[in-house]
Ligand binder design. Sequence first.
Ligand code: IMP
Length: 427
Amino acid sequence: MPAIVLVGAQWGDEGKGKATDALGAHVDYVVKFNGGNNAGHTVVVGGEKYALHLLPSGILTPGCIPVISNGVVIDLSVLFDEIEGLTARGVDCSTLLVSSNAHLIASYHRTVDKVTERFLGKRRIGTTGRGIGPAYADKINRVGVRVQDLFDENILRQKVEGALEQKNHLLAKVYNRRKIAVEEVVEELLSYTDRLRPLVRDTSLELSRALDRGDMVLFEAGQATMLDVDHGTYPFVTSSSATAAGACTGSGVPPNRVDRVLAVVKAYTTRVGEGPFPTELTDEAGDQLREAGGEFGTTTGRPRRCGWYDAPISRYAARINGVTDFVLTKLDVLTGLERIPVCVAYDIDGVRHDELPMTQSEFHHARPVYEHLDGWQEDISGCRTLDDLPKAAQVYVKALEEMAGKPISAIGVGPGREQTVVVRDLV
Ligand code: IMP
């Protein structure tokens, strides 16, 4: 049985839960390997809507073991709130595994996230304000606090002291904020120790053994390709590796164990936060997509910026991630349009670019070159096979597939689990 990596092809919120659902009962483990509670999955099961921020969506699949691996940054208050909320609704969270090497988000990370965004003014990133960037910065600066530190109070205190030393100077002297007391942080973190202990494992070893046994492991990326810290629209990105390779560093499972890479791509494009977005619609058409698609952030509630499908981005995602299959989501949102524009290339200062340009400055200047495809008027939410789709919708899907250069193996036609056109098996 394979290890599969699931990534977002655009700027996030493509609907990865759909692909997890399409894999369904085959999956033994679902691993979250990057990001933290900046993510937001909305999963609809049996008419019930679940908004997950930190827990992998596999938590909703009975028999599937959810794993938070080393590449994640964990806000423990959010983790236990989410576990309690789901448990109250009858979801079994007892099998969750958490890596001892994962880093923790503490209150000072959230504070630093917010004050730096405010300080950046016009140059702000538009972060979720959850402390993600500052927690990863501490990790790279080697002043991070990890899950395992909770099991040694002296070490924990030393680490928190180390982390706060510079930050308190910065908070007080640059940002005019109050200093954060070491004991306050230590006490808060220690209050989670007993609840966390039974969940903590060497998750790299667990996953390696699971693969040896022939179990199927799904690595589910948070955020998406264009938000990856290396391969996205830097600096308007998140602070982690959201592309397929991140599944390996973020979990301790090597690249030669990964068999397939699925990329989820929306039938149009959205992004939250700042940064370039060539096909963005700032007019009524954008408002219509936002309303029809319910495009408001799961985590922050912010209205998402909306635009047409961007084929060079899908091609880029296919290449960077080594995509084997695409899962197209929200095709039903386009129902009712006369003609559907699709960006096939960019015009940058009068020159046509079929691929993403080399520099950010060029990308900021990119104007979409559109082809217009016929729309369809029929309700497609009940379609379950490719042949059920109206001819124009089939042509739209085929065109997207050809432009991205990889097969579209499943198509979302509504928010429900079962509202999926399965073109070919994903496993
Ligand atoms: P951060 O991840 O909170 O540092 O925010 C950095 C950028 O990534 C901002 O533009 C966020 O809006 C964006 N971002 C973070 N998480 C998500 C997500 O799950 N979906 C879409 N955008 C996200």
